[in-house]
Design a binder for this molecule. Structure first.
Ligand code: ATP
Length: 362
């Protein structure tokens, strides 16, 4: 009996993608399938970046197909293709940027910026083109964490080049607003300065632009959530009741403006004593997960309170770069993959698919 396309498809249908828990056929990841005698060739195209897993996915697909009766040679190519997803209604899209992910927190100091930069670096490590827009007016810290110094170049009038640190294209509100400017003055000018930064930076083919939002849920944050074309929002919180209460406000703010919540990350979840390894839940336990259940949103993961996270970020080499194979980087990478998979599951932007309709006067 000769090998058929149907038999190959049935075998692939039994193969579950460990990341999405969906089989490759249902996920529409199988492309260019050819069966010619005993020769099988196909591409697996994932909708999220996963460079570190291409080889293991390839091997598992080959392993399954080789078992088929009549199969001789199996050739599989695994890659990722990230597509653009929809944003709030009525907001102008950004050229050169497929998806914008806002990283927000209900209150300051919960580690939002540190989490945002490590997420950006983890997505880049998996092969995505990533940018960082530092919108944190109260403490624009992304240039420092990405090891960037100096000011951006402006090649043409009204545009500026992003600065690059550890492969991430970055632009910061710190480039436009003086560090010494008083906060009352920063407030009113901030939304227009940010829109300028967002739209006048010449982002180059980004799969994801991470926006490090200003902490809180006041007018500035609400205006930004309305004006920035966001694909989805990630909320960072610590487990204290007060932080969770504020995180709830953040959740509601994005909900109100029609931005989907990608999920919640709990930072400084536990403290592991470096001398004896004892784990302490300094700020309580389970708050983030409970909140996710209550609101029906995804819990993306938790990070421990760890001295090296702070030291590495302060030194301009965040953990994912400083210790890429360490246990903490593994947590950031798992969270980043969950974020990318969730974004991939959101509705796709079809605007570029529609033909232009030209009305001609006759
Ligand atoms: N998991 C962690 N373990 C140890 N230190 C951390 C952790 N996360 C963040 N930090 C440190 O906590 C401080 C505050 O973090 P960060 O600036 O990221 O918070 P933020 O929420 O963005 O603050 P802001 O509201 O000022 O923007 C920084 O010194 C950072 O290095």
């Amino acid at each position: 009996m000769s090998l058929t396309v149907e038999a190959v498809q049935a075998a692939l249908k039994g193969l579950i993608d460990p990341n999405t828990q969906i089989d490759f056929v249902s996920a529409k990841s199988v492309k260019n399938l050819r069966v010619d005698g005993g020769e099988i060739s196909l591409d697996i195209v994932l909708g999220y970046p996963a460079k570190s897993q291409f080889d293991s996915i390839r091997k598992s697909v080959i392993g399954v197909l080789r078992e088929l009766p009549g199969a001789k040679n199996v050739s599989v190519n695994v890659s990722s293709q990230i597509v653009a997803h929809t944003v709030q209604r009525g907001v102008k899209l950004l050229p050169g940027v497929k998806n914008i992910i806002a990283v927000a927190s209900g209150k300051g100091g919960v580690g939002k910026s540190t989490t945002a930069v490590n997420l950006a670096l983890a997505l880049a490590a998996e092969g995505a083109q990533v940018g960082m827009l530092d919108a944190d007016i109260y403490g624009p810290s992304q240039p420092m964490m990405l090891g960037i110094t100096g000011r951006p170049e402006s090649i043409e009038e009204n545009t500026m080049e992003p600065m690059v640190g550890h492969g991430i294209q970055a632009s910061s509100i710190g480039f436009l607003i003086d560090d010494d400017a008083p906060m009352v003055w920063r407030g009113p000018m901030v939304t227009s300065a940010l829109e300028q930064l967002l739209r006048q930076t010449r982002w180059r083919d980004l799969d994801y632009l991470i926006v490090d939002m200003p902490p809180g849920t006041g007018d500035i944050q609400l205006t930004l959530a309305q004006k920035v074309p966001v694909t989805g929002a990630v909320i960072v919180t610590t487990p204290q009741d007060i932080a969770l209460l504020d995180a709830r406000k953040g959740l509601k703010m994005f909900d109100k403006v029609g931005v989907p919540i990608v999920g919640i990350i709990e930072n400084m979840s536990t403290y592991i004593c470096p001398s004896c390894g004892h784990e302490e839940h300094v700020f309580g336990t389970g708050g983030g997960q409970k909140m996710c259940k209550e609101y029906g949103v995804d819990f993306l993961g938790d990070l421990p309170l760890n001295l090296s996270i702070r030291e590495q970020a302060d030194a301009g080499r965040p953990t994912v770069v400083a210790d890429p194979d360490g246990a903490i980087s593994a947590i950031y990478k798992t969270i980043a993959r969950r974020v990318a998979i969730k974004v991939a599951s959101l509705s796709k932007d079809m605007s570029s698919k529609f033909p232009n309709i030209v009305v001609q006067n006759t």
